[in-house]
Design a protein around this ligand. Structure first.
Ligand SMILES: *Cc1c(COP(=O)(O)O)cnc(C)c1O
Length: 480
């Protein structure tokens, strides 16, 4: 656990700065909890990834670009695999899905979760053993289910009675007996730092535990016999920091699983606890170490299984963002810098080197050559990110800044609140950490902006693992 920073400053500059954002003592400092493990600021002030200067990488690969610290991802795969050596770790590929990344994950013994035929195709192209692939989704098409059976995916997580019927029919037609899990809505609503334990959750995923729907779905599968029921599956949300949310969910799931085993005199060998483990995007976030999460989950599964008199099922988890999120940064070129004066706001937007207040409440709007098309999360989830100058050190004076994109949308914000050097200028490079998860994968072509490449960097060099899209790529689909 990290100590909270600069609590004493709270309230001092209560105007534009959110309370959690500390006025930096050194505006060029990189906080290790936000940056990939092999990123640092070099002697000349520029950022380096695995020993390669970011300005050099940008000369070769252009901006905007996602720079992938391969060593960081490898070390996180190793950390999670080791902490959960008693379990199966499925990398949730929706966070970022590419052949290179799935191959690396599998080198560490990780399995792969997919939720569409497209993600399944990437996993198969990466050479992932189909038995190590799990397929999710609340509305898998018949074609997707057929593909899953044809390739022999290791598990299908079923989400509706309609889907169970479809699978039973397909099993009859093909003579395959698919392995399935039942997605249970356990009634734990987790929102980042808090959770609410409810009976009902008003959302589209899973079968309700409280209503008995989950029991009935499992019973239906056990009665039918055409499908092999591995166990129950839960997933309570994303970017969760409160480990007790997972514990409550695990406890409810084990109890239901025990009841099914008792009533049906069967052994359900597995239990999936889903993903959602939080990652740090700003100083507000303080994710738990995988070993701490693993220990907490193992304890609760063992205790509940013992209490129910059943052998503990084999656990699986499905982290996405916690593995890939911290491993990438997005590098942009700054195009314009514009102070926006905010009338009616008290002073406090600008701070000198020592954090002293300067005249005039203004926010520096820094526009970069990307935006909501390469990072939708601020617009979609009100997510906060951080950033720093990447081509040089600046300052020492700091300005409260907002980093915005080039799209025709006022909500096209990448970093809502961050201190940047007051001398930031057009042509500078800006780096945003924590963009490995749900940025490229949720990317769009809004305003016909081609999507940036993903460049993998390690000590030996840099290589493009996902190519930059071009305007020609977009025109190719426009048939006139
Ligand atoms: C999205 C999702 C995950 C991964 O979530 P993260 O927040 O990236 O860890 C895992 N399992 C399921 C079923 C999901 O829908």
């Amino acid at each position: 656990m990290r100590a909270h920073e600069a609590g004493a400053l709270h309230g001092d500059f209560a105007s534009l700065r959110p309370a959690w954002l500390a006025v930096p003592e050194d505006v060029n400092e990189l906080h290790s909890y936000l940056w990939p493990r092999n990123v640092k600021r070099g002697a000349d002030g520029a950022l380096e990834m695995a020993g390669h200067k970011v300005p050099d990488l940008v000369r070769e690969f252009g901006t905007p670009a996602y720079l992938f610290d391969e060593g960081d991802f490898r070390s996180r795969c190793a950390d999670w695999a080791e902490a959960f050596d008693f379990a199966d770790v499925f990398y949730a590929s929706k966070a970022f899905c590419s052949k290179a990344v799935l191959k690396i994950a599998s080198e560490y013994g990780l399995k792969v979760d997919v939720c569409t035929e497209g993600e399944l195709a990437v996993a198969l192209a990466a050479g992932i053993d189909p038995a190590d692939i799990g397929l999710h989704g609340n509305n898998k098409s018949l074609g997707e289910l057929e593909a899953a059976l044809k390739h022999g995916v290791g598990r299908i997580v079923v989400d509706s009675l309609t889907e169970i019927e479809r699978l039973e029919r397909l099993a009859g037609e093909t003579g395959v007996r698919p392995k399935v899990m039942v997605r249970v809505n356990v009634g734990v609503e987790a929102h980042t730092h808090e959770y609410i334990a409810t009976a009902h959750e008003d959302q589209k995923f899973g079968f309700s535990l409280a209503d008995g729907d989950a029991y009935e779905a499992a019973a239906r599968i056990l009665d039918g016999g055409a499908l092999e029921l591995l166990g129950l599956h839960t997933h309570i949300g994303s970017q969760i920091f409160d480990t007790s949310a997972f514990e409550v969910s695990a406890q409810r799931a084990v109890r239901l699983q025990a009841k099914l085993q008792e009533d049906y005199r069967v052994q359900l060998p597995e239990l999936d606890l889903g993903g959602g483990y939080g990652m740090a995007l700003t100083s507000q976030d303080d994710p738990e170490e995988p070993a701490v999460i693993a220990e907490a989950l193992r304890r609760i599964i063992d205790r509940e299984s013992a209490a129910a008199g059943i052998p503990a099922p084999r656990i699986s988890i499905e982290p996405g963002r916690a593995l890939i999120g911290p491993a990438m940064i997005t590098v942009y070129e700054i195009g314009t810098v514009k102070p926006v004066h905010l009338s009616g706001k008290p002073d406090g937007a600008q701070h000198g080197p020592g954090g002293e207040r300067r005249k005039g409440a203004s926010r520096l709007y820094v526009s970069v050559d990307g935006g909501m098309s390469d990072n939708l999360r601020p617009a979609l989830y009100d997510a906060s990110y951080s950033c720093t100058l990447a081509n040089r050190a600046g300052g020492p004076a700091a300005s409260l800044s907002r980093v915005v994109g080039k799209h025709c949308e006022a909500g096209d914000i990448i970093v809502k609140d961050e201190f940047l050097p007051a001398d930031v200028q057009p042509g500078d490079l800006l780096a945003v950490p924590g963009t490995g998860a749900y940025c490229r994968s949720m990317g769009s072509n809004y305003n016909h902006v081609p999507r940036p490449p993903v460049v993998a960097v390690d000590e030996t060099g840099a290589r493009t693992i996902v190519a930059r899209e071009t305007v020609d790529d977009l025109l190719r689909l426009d048939l006139g």
